[in-house]
Design a protein around this ligand. Structure first.
Ligand code: HEM
Length: 225
């Protein structure tokens, strides 16, 4: 489905949650259509490829959750901060399941750039909110479908899939609705300029994800047989 992102003059009159969603609609569509996501959803991923994906995400979540803890009490971050969303421990558990005892570090300029941008977002908590939204609301949305497909593609019987398991936060749909309400409350305290800064950072976060996917695309495919 093609959804055109709105112009800044149209975005500023929306509640923040809607502005973030509408303002990044083009970027979301590009992420959905990336070769990496296509391969992942199509079950054309090798074990090594999936392992590289998890290893690449690790530094991203390490930064997200470290900055999150630092900013947890900030009035702009507090309404959405929730340690129940944390993914680092689940990524580590999955890595142990996929490749027990191995060195889980990976050379990834794209992950380094993404983690650096998250660390820099601490300079203004509104920027951090954009990164929080892009990863966690994505994980709670399309990410859930990805988890189900990975389970089927690798015949995992639910093992090594903690990354997709958000049992701690309760039911997905009401959680996401509350999250959006909290974003709107954050936005109500911001100027129009600052709301647009948040939306811009969401678009930047999507681009950083595209960078990860571009890097991973070459590592993912199963050998032709
Ligand atoms: C929302 C699908 C990739 C970030 C959604 C929703 C769907 C979806 C169906 C709407 C869910 C709802 O309204 O409850 C997909 C599919 C993907 C994909 C099929 C890959 C093939 C991504 C990626 C990211 C992302 C790579 C970012 C890293 C988001 C965000 C939302 C979202 C932030 C929340 C939008 C909002 O309601 O404000 N996705 N997505 N998605 N997705 Fe994705």
């Amino acid at each position: 489905m093609t959804v055109a992102s709105l112009a800044p003059s149209e975005l500023v009159i929306l509640p923040l949650s809607a502005a973030m969603k509408q303002g990044s609609a083009n970027e979301h569509e590009q992420a959905e259509q990336s070769a990496f996501m296509d391969a992942l959803l199509g079950g054309r991923v090798s074990k090594a490829g999936y392992l590289a994906y998890l290893r690449t995400l690790r530094p991203v979540y390490a930064a997200l959750e470290s900055v999150g803890r630092d900013l947890a009490a900030d009035p702009i971050v507090a309404p959405i901060f929730d340690a129940g969303l944390d993914r680092l421990a689940s990524i580590d558990a999955d890595l142990e399941q996929w490749a027990p005892g191995e060195d889980q570090s990976i050379e990834s300029p794209a992950a380094d750039a993404y983690a650096a941008a998250i660390t820099e977002s601490a300079s203004w908590p509104g920027l951090y909110v954009a990164h929080h939204y892009t990863r966690y609301l994505g994980d709670l949305s399309g990410g859930q479908a990805v988890g189900a497909l990975v389970n089927r593609a690798f015949d995992l019987d639910g093992k090594g899939l903690d990354f997709y398991d958000f049992a701690e936060i309760g039911k997905n749909k009401p959680y996401k609705d509350d999250y959006r309400t909290n974003l709107d409350a954050i936005g109500a305290e911001l100027s129009e300029t600052d709301r647009l800064r948040v939306v811009d950072e969401v678009c930047k976060a999507f681009q950083l994800n595209q960078g990860l996917f571009a890097e991973l695309a070459g590592k993912l495919e199963l050998p032709a047989n």
